[in-house]
Unconditional design. Structure first.
Length: 83
């Protein structure tokens, strides 16, 4: 484990990332003597899986009475640039 203050980390970022990549080190970044962040090797297994929100019925599409979405559009309904 490597500990570095912010100024040192800015000056040696490439070397710190190289240590993480090649040696599997964890770098702890400190500001005013307090630990504020870590740089650690990437591991897809430890990352949280993002899940899609559950569907809600409030987003359900409701068509106007008598509207048929499969009906072809008339000439008047098409914009003039497509006629």
């Amino acid at each position: 484990m490597i500990t570095a203050n912010m100024h040192e980390a800015k000056s040696r970022l490439s070397a710190l990332v190289k240590a993480v990549e090649e040696d599997g080190e964890t770098v702890i970044l400190c500001r005013n003597g307090k630990e504020v962040a870590t740089i650690q090797p990437w591991s897809p297994a430890t990352q949280k899986v993002k899940r899609l929100p559950k569907p809600t019925l409030t987003l359900k599409v409701k068509f106007a009475p008598g509207y048929d979405p499969t009906e072809a559009a008339s000439e008047e309904e098409w914009p003039s640039e497509y006629r």
